[in-house]
Design a protein. Structure first.
Ligand code: FAD
Length: 374
């Protein structure tokens, strides 16, 4: 049986970043992905926002990896000509109560390490975003947008240049703990099964990460690793209205467990609204067109220029959540499973937003774990 040092499951932005970090000339690293190329799931179905880390609890992995990821991401984009734009974010208050919430959010964001946050007045908002309604706003200049496809291509190239092998069209079907590592059974697109031995197995399978942990023998309900699907829905803004707001604009306070429907400008100069988040039992990528009115009503208080007929259905991404509907937000799980008597297995579970922003920092975090094991 072929032997390898590290197998990574899943070529989303997280698996690719990990591959770019752990690949070395003297290490045998294989990244396996069930689709024919990278980023066919959540990593290409998101807002492409470089978050500053305003919303995450102090000391959480989400806060730490987002703040570090924000800095690393801008650096990577600049050095490698990856399209990005630090357009900045406004979190706006439209009434007195929300102004108090802004102050609290500012404090929390600063404690969590988010850079450059400050509150600006209604007049200042008018100067920079004249079509937006706000009594005050938090401004986050280090928030921006990035071309996620080009970022993933960059990570793939670094991984390949450092000797990693990438197996597209390979779906992991079996995992067996054996002395010194794992036997990993995978099926190619012709239905052929191949089994490899690896010392270290890294599960970054996104929406399937809970099921992969179960394949490795973990009781995912007891461990709280079961993934709950939560659709994130977008509508496109038409009728020339995309020109009416340049920044990422959110309403304060965020809905529990979600940052709420906001403007999502893209690098082509167009604009979506979203995501509207709701739990589902099955994965499908159909937009529910009946939600149009809900989108309209949600943004009316701060984006008065948008009219119902400006909105057209756009796309869906699925959040891999470990919290059920109504439960408070949970942190990323990134753990070496020694305590479960599965040494060499590293699980990444519930890598929802800000997973794209955090991806370069997650790669480093996992590399530090790998160094301890090898
Ligand atoms: C609506 C929405 C908006 C978001 N907006 C933002 C944002 O603006 N900014 C931000 O920072 N983050 C955002 N996120 C979060 C971000 O998109 C994710 O955290 C990130 O893409 C997760 O990457 P991943 O590599 O873990 O998962 P994925 O991209 O899902 O990759 C996992 C891969 O594993 C593969 N796989 C699964 N099972 C197997 C198997 N058995 N064998 C082989 N391969 C397998 C899959 O095919 C897939 O390619 C958003 C997410 C959503 C849903």
């Amino acid at each position: 049986m072929e032997q390898t040092d590290i197998i990574i499951i899943g070529a989303g932005v997280v698996g690719l970043s990990i591959a770019a970090q752990v690949a070395r000339k003297n290490r045998n690293v294989i990244l396996v992905e069930k689709h024919s190329g990278f980023g066919k799931e959540t990593s290409s179905r998101n807002s492409e926002v470089i978050h500053a880390g305003v919303y995450y609890p102090k000391g959480s992995l989400k806060a730490r990896l987002c703040v570090e990821g924000n800095i690393l991401l801008y650096q990577i984009c600049k050095e490698n000509s990856i399209p990005h734009n630090p357009i900045g974010k406004l979190i706006v208050a439209v009434n007195e109560e929300q102004i108090k919430d802004l102050e609290e959010l500012l404090e929390k964001g600063r404690e969590s390490g988010a850079r450059d946050l400050r509150i600006i007045s209604s007049k200042e908002v008018q100067e920079i975003e004249p079509h937006v309604t706000a009594k005050a706003a938090i401004i986050s200049p280090s928030s921006g947008i990035v071309d996620s496809h080009r970022l993933m291509k960059y990570f793939e190239t670094v991984a390949k240049n450092n000797n990693a092998t990438i197996g597209y069209g390979c779906e992991v079907k079996l995992i067996e703990k054996v002395p010194g590592g794992y036997q990993v059974g995978m099926q190619d697109t012709d239905g052929e099964m191949l089994t490899l031995f690896t010392r270290i197995l890294i599960n970054s399978a996104g929406l399937e990460s809970g099921n992969i942990a179960a394949l490795a023998g973990i009781d995912i309900d007891r461990a709280n690793y079961r993934i709950h699907y939560c659709k994130g829905e977008y509508f496109q803004v038409r009728g020339g209205k995309h020109k009416f707001a340049r920044r990422l604009i959110y309403l304060s306070p965020p809905q529990p467990g979600s940052v709420g429907i906001h403007t999502v400008p893209d690098l082509q100069g167009m604009m979506k609204l979203g995501p509207y988040d709701y739990y589902v039992d099955k994965i499908d990528y159909n937009v529910d067109e009946t939600h149009k009115e809900l989108f309209y009503e949600s943004v009316r208080p701060f984006l008065p220029f948008i009219e119902l007929h400006d909105l057209t259905p756009d796309m869906i991404g699925i959040h891999p959540k470990i919290q059920k509907h109504g439960e408070p937000m949970k942190d990323f799980i990134i753990v070496h499973e020694e305590e479960r008597k599965l040494p060499g297995l590293i699980n990444l579970i519930g890598i929802e937003s800000p997973g794209l922003t955090s991806s370069p920092a997650i790669g480093r975090y996992v590399e530090a774990m790998v160094k301890e094991i090898i």
